[in-house]
Design a protein around this ligand. Structure first.
Ligand SMILES: Cc1cc2nc3c(=O)[nH]c(=O)nc-3n(C[C@H](O)[C@H](O)[C@H](O)COP(=O)(O)OP(=O)(O)OC[C@H]3O[C@@H](n4cnc5c(N)ncnc54)[C@H](O)[C@@H]3O)c2cc1C
Length: 351
């Protein structure tokens, strides 16, 4: 039997003085697949782009490119005025690309800060939904690969207007988790993974699958997108939209995330509540450049595997998670969820 390579990792510190903030936020998950499509509404062209759920950062560039392609194919709308609804990563990137291409565009949004796009962990996790059809899986593959290539361009310094945010890091997945990188490995944009032993320098060591992959760092890219929007002179108006007719523009990009459930009357949107914990006073950044995504061995008494995840990513001083609570759209935290995240992370990391 071959001996696995051992990787020595510095565990995060997790006692109370190292906990910065407890965060709750909601994913806009659309059953089977996100929605990137156009619709004519009272003479306006609506370009919908929402429903990416817990993988919105992963599919960002592929979905936004597709949405803009769909708009550009509608030749009779090419010279009309454009409004983007939403100032999350979808709204900002859509407006930035349109403005960069020379279109006149503005943004309206209910909120511009402290939204899901800022709070996300930053894993590139391209696996299609379990319920997706083969055609939908192909869309996940194609848009995901486009996104991955865009993140690699940023890392290499050759993206036209985003210059920082993502980086390539080792990500350690549990042996029972397939993050969906098969097609990326076939395309040779992700290296084949390696089965390794990870060792936290205490009594804790585990077998895991090591991928060298993109860590997105949502807060850094959001800062970049906000900078680009300002530099390109795109105005942002704070406004809650209840009907597309409230906007005077003939072309509207609907990047409202969870808001699309009501605005576009999309019954396939399901809110999925997530709890995350940010860390502070951690070891130096260069000692904690890795990601963890594993399931704790389920407790037979409380067999809820989706609630047993351990996420760690080096976003800012470190971020821990995570929960996936379907059907829950409240921004009021369930405090026991934070206690459980910390408890299982302490047990896993041995700190
Ligand atoms: C806990 C958590 C962890 C995550 N981790 C990851 C991860 O590791 N990897 C990954 O790929 N993805 C992750 N995601 C998913 C990702 O963050 C989202 O899919 C993505 O941010 C969605 O971006 P968005 O622009 O569509 O929506 P949002 O960021 O929610 O922005 C929506 C915008 O629309 C505006 N809006 C909504 N309704 C209206 C209205 N009626 N009128 C006007 N404005 C409106 C809002 O004010 C806001 O400006 C995570 C999400 C959560 C919640």
């Amino acid at each position: 039997m071959s001996i696995l390579r051992t990787v020595h990792l510095q565990p995060p510190q997790l006692s109370s003085e190292y906990i910065k903030e407890k965060i709750v936020c909601i994913r806009a998950h659309r059953e089977r697949i996100f929605y990137v499509a156009t619709q004519l509404y009272h003479g306006k062209l609506i370009c919908h782009n929402y429903g990416q759920g817990g993988a919105g950062w992963t599919f960002l560039f592929g979905c936004v490119n597709e949405s803009i392609n769909q708009f550009e194919q509608q030749l009779s709308y090419k010279n009309k005025t454009i409004c983007v609804i939403g100032a999350g990563c979808y709204g900002l990137l859509t407006a930035a690309i349109l403005a960069y291409k020379g279109y006149e565009v503005r943004i309206v949004a209910q909120d511009c800060s402290n939204i899901s796009s800022d709070k996300a962990a930053g894993f590139f996790f391209p696996r299609p939904r379990k319920t997706s059809t083969e055609y939908e899986c192909e869309i996940f593959r194609s848009y995901g690969i486009q996104s991955y290539i865009a993140y690699l361009q940023i890392i290499k310094g050759i993206h036209p207007f985003i210059s920082k945010g993502p980086k390539l890091l080792p990500a350690y997945f549990g042996l029972d988790i397939d993050p969906g990188f098969g097609p990326y490995i076939d395309r040779k944009i992700v290296k084949a993974p390696e089965h390794v032993t990870i060792n936290f320098g205490n009594t804790k060591q585990y077998q895991a699958v090591e991928y060298q992959t993109v860590f997105i760092n949502p807060s850094e890219i959001m800062a970049e997108l906000r900078r680009v929007i300002t530099e390109l002179g795109v105005a942002i108006t704070l406004q809650h939209i209840t009907d597309f007719d409230e906007l005077e523009e003939a072309v509207i990009f609907n990047c409202t995330g969870l808001g699309a459930k009501i605005l576009a009357d999309d019954k396939r949107i399901v809110p999925v509540q997530g709890h995350l914990i940010t860390l502070k006073n951690q070891p130096p950044a260069e000692q904690r450049q890795y990601m963890i995504n594993v399931k704790r061995v389920p407790d037979p008494q409380h067999n809820k595997p989706r609630d047993q995840l351990i996420y760690y990513a080096p976003k800012d001083e470190g971020i821990l998670g995570i929960t996936f609570i379907r059907g829950q759209d409240s921004l009021t935290a369930n405090y026991h969820q934070f206690d459980e995240i910390i408890e299982r992370a302490r047990e896993y990391f041995g700190t």
